[in-house]
Design a binder for this molecule. Structure first.
Ligand code: ATP
Ligand code: ZN
Length: 223
């Protein structure tokens, strides 16, 4: 692939992480020219551009070398690390960013008799995170059916397509509204700066180092 001399960061185009990610980059002194409804935002002051995409695409774009960095939930990054093919470059969590906090949890219908992971033996669990759920089930030696859904996981028990779910939880309000109770936390998540295992050693690498220094400064002030 042709090397670039400008750093390219992938971030969510429209969703929970969009505003806080842009705010963080702005605090790092970056400004961008193009409007937000575009895929590409050109960086004005520094040689740093943005690619605005669906959050699920971010790890793949970094692994393919289309982008140098990404701002994405640890949940999405970890799922990618567990499920991506070996032909793709491995990724690294460079920094936790302190926003977009949530957890990936098992939740069961309120009336289900559940105390331990082994009570899920032989049951069906709906999730958008088959990699992370599969790993947790293996760790606990549980054989359960994994039903992979693209969305609306929380209604699966009511529809009868699953006995339990494994989904992202923030306040727990969605679970309560669907008569579910949270039982196990698989992953504590927040937005992270993701990058390749080996960072570029050209001008992009210098800019990356500078950006990380500024990021650390901004994050420290916030804490
Ligand atoms: P996209 O269109 O980019 O695929 P999405 O619907 O997958 O959007 P959002 O719902 O905006 O994504 O969530 C983005 C990230 O925000 C999640 O991957 C997760 O890291 C974080 N997040 C924080 N709280 C929650 C929550 N309650 N539910 C879902 N995600 C949450
Ligand atoms: Zn998504």
């Amino acid at each position: 692939m042709k090397t670039r001399d400008r750093l390219r960061i992938a971030m969510q185009k429209s969703g929970r992480l969009t505003e806080p990610a842009l705010e963080l980059l702005t605090r790092c002194g970056l400004t961008f020219r193009q409007s937000r409804d575009k895929l590409f935002c050109f960086g004005e002051g520094e040689p740093v551009d943005l690619l605005l995409v669906r959050d699920d695409d971010i790890p793949g774009l970094i692994a393919q070398g289309v982008c140098d960095l990404g701002i994405v939930g640890r949940n999405v990054l970890s799922e990618f690390q567990l499920t991506a093919g070996r032909e793709l470059a491995p990724l690294n969590e460079l920094r936790p960013l302190g926003f977009g906090r949530c957890r990936l949890s098992i939740a069961v219908p309120q009336e289900l008799d559940y105390q331990l992971p082994r009570h899920l033996e032989g049951r069906r669990i709906a999730t958008t995170y088959p990699g992370l759920l599969g790993e947790w089930l293996r760790t606990h030696g549980v054989n359960a059916g994994v039903v992979t859904l693209a969305g609306s996981v929380e209604i699966a028990p009511k529809l009868g397509t699953a006995d339990a779910i494994c989904d992202l939880v923030q306040s727990g309000g969605t679970l309560v509204a669907n008569q579910l109770r949270e039982t196990d936390v698989l992953l504590e998540s927040e937005a992270v700066l993701a990058g390749p295992l080996t960072l570029p050693v050209d001008e992009r690498g210098d800019m990356l180092e500078l950006l990380m220094k500024r990021l650390d400064g901004v994050i420290q002030v916030r804490e």
